[in-house]
Write a protein that binds this ligand. Structure first.
Ligand code: ZN
Ligand code: ZN
Length: 344
């Protein structure tokens, strides 16, 4: 699978052990196996889940690991039996492989497949110049936003969309944590005619202003109560203490949806916060159907992402900026364009 005229190596940011900075390594360019495509990565967004993988919050990453699961790239080689073609622009999401035969897979719940493998966690991810992926789990990306702006749609967007779907027909919708997912979902929810209430870290007036710019009708601290009870709330921030806060903010019969893969301990709370048929649930992963539905909607709206771009080698800085909330929207890593020296 050589003959592209490029050097045989690629750059990648690699996790060698939990709680260590990623290291820039020179690795062989992977070769697609049957059923796989190889992408030349154009952009890879940085997700909070990457922080949980790196911090050791999620068990058993496939070390040494290239993180990253919001990947946009151009197919530059295909394995046997693949119908996608060289030159197509595709996205690679978190869900990288499922068994196809278990009860979950057969019941349109492949997101819960116990054998599932995940990009940038148990499969190699997109913090690299090249990536191989199972073609059946790649999304062909419509024309539209460039790679850097399309990348955040692949997790922040589509797992956010699954959370929005599970929140039901809520008219007054609260978002706790106004990062990459909330900034995309606000646009979609506004287009659907809903009202958005944005809750940020206490005192983060710049995130609150950003939320209002995107159409939130109210923005304030997560410690505040909304001006009126919410129909539903989605928690994007991985902070367990927000669960009782969000339950207190929703009306009887309302729903609180936890959208993250990891959360700090949820403190004990009085039953009256759940009483009156309030629902509390989580969202895990995505199905390919979620992805197709969201990507179609996102281009119809259209949903526009706000991004801060970093060179691939600055992945640790991007992760730190995400951790401290120093950026609006999504952080995106850009590999060195092919044929140009690696300096930036
Ligand atoms: Zn399965
Ligand atoms: Zn993610």
């Amino acid at each position: 699978m050589s003959g592209t005229g490029r050097p045989h190596g690629m750059q990648a940011m690699v996790l060698t052990a939990p709680r260590r900075p990623l290291s820039l390594q020179h690795l062989p360019i992977p070769v697609p196996a049957p059923g796989q495509v190889r992408l030349r990565v154009l952009a890879c967004a940085v997700c909070r889940t990457d922080l949980h993988v790196i911090d050791g919050d999620l068990p058993d990453p496939a070390l040494p690991l290239v993180p990253g699961h919001e990947v946009v790239g151009l197919i530059d080689a295909v394995g046997e039996g693949v119908t996608l073609a060289v030159g197509q622009r595709v996205g690679v999401p978190w869900l990288g492989w499922t068994c196809g035969t278990c009860a979950y897979c057969r019941a349109d719940a492949e997101n819960l497949c116990p054998a599932a493998r995940f990009t940038g966690y148990t499969l190699p991810g997109g913090y690299a110049d090249y990536l191989v992926a199972d073609a059946r789990y790649c999304f062909v990306l419509p024309e539209g936003p460039d790679a850097a702006h399309a990348a955040p749609l692949l997790c922040a967007g589509l797992i956010g969309y699954r959370a929005l779907r599970l929140a039901g027909v809520a008219q007054r919708l609260g978002f706790y944590g106004f990062g990459a997912a909330a900034h995309l979902l606000t646009q979609l929810a506004r287009w659907q005619g809903r009202q958005i209430y944005a809750f940020t870290r206490p005192g983060d007036t710049s995130a609150q202003a950003f939320a209002r710019e995107l159409g939130a009708c109210w923005a304030g601290d997560s410690t505040q109560a909304p001006p009126q009870p919410l129909d539903a709330a989605i928690l994007f921030a991985p902070v367990g203490a927000l669960v009782p806060a969000a339950l207190a903010a929703v009306r009887p019969g309302g729903a609180v949806v936890c959208a993250g893969i990891h959360m700090s301990e949820i403190p004990a709370f009085p039953y009256r916060l759940l009483w009156q048929e309030r629902q509390l649930r989580s969202v895990a992963n995505l199905t390919r159907r979620d992805g197709e539905a969201f990507l179609a909607l996102a281009s119809q709206v259209p949903v526009r992402s706000t991004v801060t771009c970093y060179p691939l080698a600055a992945a640790n800085q991007a992760l730190e900026d995400l951790r401290t909330g120093r950026l609006h929207g999504a952080a995106v890593l850009l590999p060195t364009p092919a044929g140009r020296p690696a300096a930036s």
